[in-house]
Structures are given as structure tokens and as C-alpha cells.
Design a protein around this ligand. Structure first.
Ligand code: SF4
Ligand code: SF4
Length: 413
């Protein structure tokens, strides 16, 4: 007879979940009401009852390899109906905070984005970096530092930092973020494949659909679903949160387009290739400038909506907010508010305040982007991966897709 297996609870994982807002987890007595009322759970793979049990038992491996954790939108329906006030919606949110830390590379950076004090420290450090780069740039260009004016005596941020030093700071940061996110996704995919009982491929790695199929049949439909927030809108108690999230997401897309337009037109076609005249600063009526302003307004409106619904739902007891929730909200708000303030201050030409706010703006932008794989922002990465995996896994289970694990021709193994 096989020896019974001893479970080794990971108590540091339980402590981490409890500290991140899941302190009610031990109240759960497994009645499964939560899994029944959850509008996003499926009969084939119900949640969040099993996640409550696995967390009580300290099964960190099981929980980190559980794709369902990422299919929850913290709508709070389960929390409202839980007879033990175990707040399963908040426990799953706390598990996600810990999962982001678990997959973070390097892990120490994730700790920075868990506490308001260290995030403020990161913004100050980014502002110092901006000032140092601007000072060096002024030595090179001969512009005044720190309050340069253009030939018309006006504030112009490009006199302070033009595209070359900004790209010099941003491109390495973006490359670092992409690499960190890639590492996190690869490890997450490995764990959820293992958690779903998928076999390893011939080379010892977990299978991934062929790139073309992955992109067209799984990634693209998952992105469309996220853009539409269709799953989020099924939530009962906090469905209004979806509107703010949607507005914010679309504002990011608009601002991403505008930033890339400027990058390609100014940096590539003007500065590098010299085939078009300078495009910045743009006049207020320029379509790209108008689009940027619309994006900025949507950005701020979205964050206000998210904050007000979160405040209201917290007061009603439907959801609880942890420090990482507020850190991201305030960080995004700071980026939007300082961006708009920089533009207004440039127009009214108060150089001391304009440049100070502009440096603050660049500091918050750098920290917001750097936070992508480490803060609650990482939901964008892991939730999208979970949606993709769920679609593929459903097709595999329905026999519509395979693992592609055939032995290579000529192999002796
Ligand atoms: S979290 Fe609440 S509703 Fe869900 S199984 Fe536990 S006690 Fe029941
Ligand atoms: S918070 Fe909402 S989506 Fe998440 S488990 Fe509870 S009912 Fe389901």
C-alpha cells in the first residue's frame, strides 16, 4: 500500500496572503456558496472555494499554478453571500498580489511597489535621474539649466530634455520591463500548465500552441475580450468598476499611439533620418495633440471612476482595498494630473513651476512604467495570459486542439 503523502504547508505564503488583505481566509468552512454564486466561475472548474482551502493549507504551488485565480475580477458577489464572512473575493485579490511577487524578476523590485513609502522613494530617485540627465544635456547643448526658455522667451520642455536623452532613459527601461514580463509569463505558463495536468513536451518544457495559432486563435480573441471588458461586466456587485477600467485602458491605448507617433516622427524620421521637419512642440489644433488631450482627459476620468466606485464598494463592505490597489491608483492619477498641469503651466509660461511639475511628471511616468511587471499593473500581463491559457485549455479538453508533442522524426528516444 502506498504511503500517505505528507503535505508541507508553506506558512510564509499563508502569512503573505493574510497581510495583503486575505486575513479572513481561515473563516472558510467549505460550504461552496461562493463557487455557486460567482458569475465567472464555470461548472467544469469552479472557484473560489478550492482556492480558499488550498490557501488555508499553505499549498503555495497549487495556488500559483491555478489559472482560476486570474479569472476572478474581485466583483465581490461571493463575499456578499459568504455565510462565514470569509471574504473570498478579497482573498483571491490577496493571492494575486502574492502571485505577482512570486513571478517578479528580480523579486526585490516587487517589494518596492507594495508600500507607499518605497514608491515615493522610487519617484524621487527617478526625478533625480531626470535632473542629472537634463544637467548633462544642458552642458552638451549650451541651454540654460534648470529653467531654459526658447528663442521667444517661452517655456519649452524640449529645451530641457529633447528626444535623444529621453530615449536614452526610456529605451533601456522599456527593454528591462519587456524582459522581466517575459520571464514572469514563461514561469506562470509553466505553472498553470503543470497545475492543469498538461504533459511536458519532448524537450522537457510545457507545450505552447504554434505561434500563428497562438496569436490568431487565442491571443487576439483574448485581447478583444479584454478591450470590451465583457467578462468583467458579468460581475454583479461591482459591475460599475468595469466602466472606469475600460476608460483607463482605452486612454492607455490612445496615449500609447500618440507617444509612438511622436517617437517615430520626431526621433526616427526627423532626428535620425532627417527626412521630415521637426514635429514638436505641436500646436493645440494638431490632430495628434487633440487626441493626446482626449486621452489625458479619459485617463484622469477613468482613474476618478475607479477610485470613487472602489471607495463606495469598500464602504458597503463588498470589497476591501489593500495598499497595492491604492498605490497604483495614486501613481496613475499623479501621471495624468502632472501631465495636464505641465501643459497648462507651459502655456501660462511660469518657468520655475512648469519645469518642477514636468520633472515630477517624468519621474511618475518612469516609475509607472517600471511598475508594470511588479505592481497591480501586472494584472494586465497575467490576466491576459490566463485568458489565453483558458481558451487553449478549453479547446484541448474539447478535442479541438492538441499538445503537438509528437517525437521528432529520427529520434531514438
Ligand atoms: S468562502 Fe465562504 S462561501 Fe466560500 S466556501 Fe468558504 S465559507 Fe463557503
Ligand atoms: S470576487 Fe466575483 S469573480 Fe471573484 S470569485 Fe468572487 S464572485 Fe467570482
Amino acid at each position: 500500500m502506498a504511503e500517505p503523502k505528507n503535505l508541507q504547508p508553506d506558512l510564509s505564503f499563508v502569512k503573505g496572503v493574510m497581510e495583503a488583505g486575505g486575513d479572513t481566509v481561515n473563516k472558510c468552512y467549505q460550504c461552496a456558496t461562493c463557487s455557486v454564486v460567482c458569475p465567472l466561475s464555470t461548472p467544469e472548474s469552479p472557484f473560489p472555494r478550492k482556492e480558499m482551502l488550498w490557501t488555508q493549507w499553505g499549498l503555495a504551488d497549487k495556488v500559483s499554478g491555478d489559472v482560476d485565480v486570474w479569472l476572478c475580477h474581485q466583483c465581490g458577489d461571493c463575499t456578499k453571500y459568504c455565510p462565514r464572512d470569509a471574504r473570498p473575493g478579497d482573498v483571491l485579490a490577496a493571492i494575486r498580489i502574492n502571485a505577482i511577487k512570486y513571478y517578479a524578476w528580480p523579486r526585490a523590485l516587487a517589494d518596492v511597489f507594495q508600500k507607499p513609502g518605497t514608491v515615493v522613494g522610487a519617484v524621487v530617485a527617478a526625478m533625480v535621474l531626470v535632473m542629472v540627465v537634463a544637467a548633462l544635456w544642458s552642458q552638451y547643448t549650451g541651454h540654460d539649466f534648470p529653467f531654459p526658455l526658447n528663442e521667444h522667451g517661452k517655456v519649452e520642455y524640449h529645451e530641457f530634455l529633447s528626444v535623444i536623452p529621453i530615449d536614452g532613459m526610456v529605451i533601456p527601461i522599456v527593454a528591462f520591463i519587456v524582459f522581466a514580463a517575459y520571464k514572469g509569463v514563461v514561469n506562470f505558463w509553466k505553472d498553470i500548465s503543470k497545475g492543469s495536468g498538461f504533459p511536458k513536451s519532448y524537450s522537457g518544457t510545457y507545450p505552447v500552441p504554434p505561434m500563428g495559432i497562438l496569436a490568431t486563435q487565442y491571443v487576439w480573441p483574448a485581447i478583444l475580450e479584454i478591450l470590451n471588458h465583457s467578462r468583467f461586466q458579468k460581475c454583479g456587485q461591482t459591475a460599475q468598476r468595469a466602466q472606469g477600467h475600460k476608460l483607463l485602458l482605452w486612454s492607455f491605448i490612445i496615449l500609447f499611439f500618440v507617444t509612438n507617433f511622436v517617437f517615430i516622427a520626431e526621433d526616427l524620421f526627423h532626428a535620425a533620418l532627417g527626412i521630415i521637419p521637426k514635429v514638436t512642440p505641436m500646436p493645440q489644433w494638431h490632430p495628434v495633440k487633440l487626441l493626446a488631450n482626449v486621452g489625458a482627459i479619459m485617463f484622469i476620468a477613468g482613474i476618478f471612476m475607479i477610485k470613487s466606485v472602489r471607495d463606495q464598494k469598500s464602504q458597503e463592505g463588498v470589497l476591501k482595498s489593500a495598499a497595492p490597489d491604492w498605490i497604483l491608483i495614486w501613481l496613475i492619477f499623479s501621471v495624468g494630473a502632472t501631465g495636464l498641469a505641465s501643459e497648462v503651466l507651459r502655456l501660462v509660461n511660469i518657468k520655475e513651476i512648469a519645469y518642477s511639475v514636468y520633472v515630477f511628471h517624468l519621474g511618475t511616468v518612469i516609475v509607472m512604467f517600471l511598475s508594470l511587471p511588479y505592481s497591480k499593473f501586472a494584472h494586465l500581463i497575467y490576466r491576459t495570459t490566463a485568458y489565453v491559457f483558458q481558451r487553449w485549455s478549453d479547446d484541448v479538453k474539447a478535442g479541438k486542439a492538441g499538445f503537438g508533442l509528437e517525437k521528432p522524426v529520427g529520434s531514438n528516444h
